[in-house]
Design a protein around this ligand. Sequence first.
Ligand code: NDP
Ligand code: 8X3
Length: 250
Amino acid sequence: MIALITGASSGFGRAAALKFAEHGWDVIVTGRRKERLEELEHIIRDTYETKVYTLQLDVRDRQAVSEELEALPHFWKEIDVLVNNAGLASGMSAIHEGDIQDWERMIDTNVKGLLYVSRTVLPWMVARKKGHVINIGSTAGKDAYLNGNVYCGTKFAVDAITKSMRVDLLQHGIKVTAINPGAAETEFSIVRFAGDAARAKSVYQGFHPLQAEDIADIIWFAVSRPAHVVLNDIVVTPLAQANAIYIHRS
Ligand code: NDP
Ligand code: 8X3
């Protein structure tokens, strides 16, 4: 069994790659930071008896996504699970003060990147009448929060695209699952606040946030259901979080 995971150099994607490998799956790990992917590849090779294919890929690069994936050896194109995880928030400003480059970065990565990868991989799943797509959405794609505007917009788009994928792929026997996490302490906020570690840390103060491994567990749970069972839409938050807006801090 083969899983392709985008954004495997950190956070949810990295934890998911390790989880699949732990269960004996071969994994294609992608992301922009080659050294991170190679480090992950070594860990998987040293720990598990599974194959790893490392692919340095920027999901925003439409041509590279199509060419690099099409160039995969035949064995690796028989992808059973695609985890569309690569994504980010860039900045957090009121809509009238937002940085348009930040907006484009989020839209290009979270929406267009997910579509580029899916457009290449889904025909292979359709041809095999088999497959499972896991799209990583967010609680930010269920409710809009203050200054979340464009990030929320990209995750609302992931929600809509996931629902639509599910309808289109129904006749082909392909499962489509959305996992929508709330606050999880990964590199997400460090990226959002351009490396400001103190500001990133403050996001998770006063409560116990989700960890990357929590999401990897849920991805694995969704993937390991019997053939006739599909988990369509999962929202998961820390105990202290009710939705995208309300977090109880002690
Ligand atoms: P991390 O920052 O830890 O990981 C993000 C991953 O995405 C990295 O591996 C990064 O790799 C990859 N990535 C970013 N941009 C690109 C790109 N252009 N091309 C390829 N890969 C890219 O954050 P998380 O693990 O938390 O985030 C994973 C997903 O989960 C994202 O879609 C995020 O929006 C979503 N999410 C996060 C939540 C949280 O609170 N942490 C909650 C809900 C959803 P590299 O930099 O090497 O390219
Ligand atoms: C990431 C969670 O609340 O920072 O999608 O938007 S949040």
